[in-house]
Design a binder for this molecule. Sequence first.
Ligand code: A3P
Length: 347
Amino acid sequence: MEQDHVPFPYEFEELTQEEKDENKRLYNYPKIDLIRMGPKGYVMPRAYKEQAESIYNLPIRPSDIYVASYQRAGTTLTQELVWLLANDCDFKTALEVPITHRYPFLEIFMFYIEWKKDRLANIHEVEESKRGHLIKAIEVMTQPVMEKLASMPSPRFIKTHLPMCCLNPTIVDKAKVVYVARDPRDIAVSSYHHARLFVVFDFAGTFKEFWNLFINNRFPMTPYLEHVKEAWNLRHHPNMLFLFYEELTKDLETNINRVADFLGKQVTEEQMARLCDHLSFENFKKNKSVNYEGLREFGMMTKDEVFIRKGKAGGWRDYFDEEMSQQAEKWIEDNLKDTDLRFPPTK
Ligand code: A3P
């Protein structure tokens, strides 16, 4: 059945000149161009604006499974777990087909529209035998969202880092959403490395400078805690499963069972053992289907960082001095006053 098209409800606003100037200094990527959206002031690449309404109105199929998160919360781990359970533990396909092919990344275009122009203009720099592959990948990444998703067979597995307020408001009534959250301090550390890894950021500042962007809602898709709270507020909905990275990594089996129950699947003892092994950090690091190393040959990554990095909860302690730790504690407390959400998670 056709769904009613509704106008996108949020306004966009320019960053201040001071913020724009600081971004120019902090990112080596010269075309970084951010704007703010809506009453919470979510920061978005400018290209998002063009497709915001399409994404908001994206037709939902009842068989759709969304894996949603703020970046670096354990999305890839959750995607792989969800996909395997939904596909009766088809490890063979999981190992053969990259996760990026099994899960379109809803808003990936917004980071790569500008990059695409330069990459295609300089395609002669790429080895001839690899050009066709690169051009195809760029087309898929920057294809309009509606087009890309409409042509997918069901069930569709979809990755997004957008906050829930940007998605079709009927999403949890019609389809399934698995949201994963993580301690904001670890998100900040991991996002700092991620912003150094991808050439469309190429972050040049220190971790402290990154942290200041993060807590002052200046980095894409922040404010982080608002992002999480939007999903947390839906956690009792039968079509929403809310997970924590800290719990996933501490007790994978229990969480595999939770995801299996959510998807209406049974897991045998043998499958459980294989899932735990397949999803371990050590195996993920080596697994080409999930480690994103394939993007390196497209010139999308800088050389000193990796996507599957440390895989530890609480690693932030190595990055925060006493002053930052206290600041973080107060910032978390202030921003969680209106909710029972806690980091690290409590039962
Ligand atoms: P770190 O940078 O702290 O290591 P996302 O998939 O949302 O981008 O999240 C990436 C983070 O999850 C990275 O965190 C990455 O190392 C970690 N991660 C990925 N796979 C993992 C796994 N199988 N077990 C534990 N952590 C994993």
